[in-house]
Write a protein that binds this ligand. Structure first.
Ligand code: DAH
Length: 353
């Protein structure tokens, strides 16, 4: 039999076997038997050298066409078998209930923050931002906070490095007290530093709030955590009064907690405001906790020295500022009695909000 006449029947048997391969392993085996290095079809091609010269072109063409056909059949069968392998082994029961994917939610602290921001936006406040790794100047000095203030103590504050030129060995805090413009890096202890950052960059009038994370060396218990969140507010313009402050805070708390909210302003001391006050808050929720008032914020009229520090003329500009804790508000709103629950990321807790 001539080589030429062998091609077609050989191809036909190869095609039959490729198409009949029951799984991917069988298919690879069949492939080897025909078009692998030792396959029968490959052997046929090797015989090409032995046939008469004038038959070669026709035979070569035929073999190549057959080989391409076999490879196409191989690929087609491989795809079929791969699909089959990927399908479930058991028949599908279409009467089973569908699998639901739970939709994620915003963290309760994020929800409360968003609500507070929304309330302030309604009356024209913009959101400002500042770094969580601050320096002593923006966190304390510029806010008129004296070098011997306890907030600046190593025990109370997370210092995260050394200012240039300071020696090692826990001396950072006390040394900085002799430093004219201390620049020690620290995790900000309050969002009040953002007041300074904004006023340094922007000319008055200013109407901003700054929500964000703050850090203090507190041991965690039901009402304390070394990380928590605050919202700072700053309003600077000509002729600003405490009346504006009260009206603004009252508006926001009523938006947030309902119209039965009552606020009380008590004299207090902060170095960056004069006069300074603390704001107490009450409503049905507070009374349900068996309390008459809940302390919720610090505030006051911006101290003239703070204006001086950022280059605003205190004879021209007036303003107020406040800062309150977000966790407290969230705990009250949702009836949560342990602040640590916010940070544990327990899905059973988070799914409730
Ligand atoms: N920074 C204060 C704190 O962390 C809160 C505060 C008090 C902010 C008075 C202010 C303010 O802007 O005027 O307790």
């Amino acid at each position: 039999m001539s080589l030429l006449s062998e091609i077609e029947p050989l191809k036909q048997s190869a095609l039959v076997q490729l198409k009949a391969a029951a799984d991917l392993a069988a298919l690879e085996h069949t492939k080897g038997a025909w078009i692998g290095p030792h396959g029968r079809f490959t052997a046929l091609m090797k015989q090409l050298g032995t046939i008469p010269k004038e038959e070669k072109p026709a035979a070569g063409k035929l073999i190549n066409a057959a080989k391409m056909e076999l490879e196409a059949a191989l690929t087609a069968r491989r795809e079929e078998l791969e699909l089959k392998a990927a399908l479930p082994k058991e028949p599908t029961d279409f009467t089973l209930p569908g699998r639901r994917r739970a939709v994620g939610k915003l963290h309760p602290l994020t929800q409360v923050t968003d609500d507070i921001v929304r309330a302030f936006r309604k009356i024209g406040f913009a959101v400002a931002d500042g770094p969580e790794i601050e320096d002593e100047y923006h966190c304390f000095d510029s806010l008129n906070t004296p070098a011997d203030h306890p907030a600046r103590d190593l025990q109370d504050t997370f210092y995260v490095g050394q200012a240039a030129g300071l020696s090692a060995g826990g001396q950072a805090s006390s040394l900085s007290h002799h430093h004219p413009t201390p620049k020690l890096p620290l995790l900000r202890t309050h969002t009040s530093s953002v007041q300074i950052r904004v006023m340094e960059k922007q000319a008055p009038p200013i109407r901003i709030i700054a929500p964000g994370r703050v850090y203090r060396r507190d041991n965690a218990d039901a009402t304390h955590n070394p990380t928590f969140h605050q919202i700072e507010g700053l309003y600077v313009d000509k002729g600003v009064t405490i009346g504006d402050l009260k009206g603004t805070v009252e508006f926001v708390f009523k938006e947030l907690m309902g119209s039965d909210v009552k606020l009380r302003f008590r004299p207090h001391y902060f170095s960056y405001t004069e006069p300074s006050m603390e704001i107490d808050f009450t409503n049905a929720l507070v009374r349900k906790l068996g309390k008459e008032w809940l302390e919720i914020a610090g505030c006051g009229m911006v101290h003239p020295q703070v204006f001086e520090n950022v280059g605003y003329d205190p004879e021209v500009w007036t303003g107020w500022a406040f800062g309150f804790g977000i966790e407290r508000i969230a705990m009250l709103r949702y009836g949560i009695n342990d602040i640590r629950l916010f940070y544990e990321n327990d899905a059973r807790f988070l799914a409730q909000f």
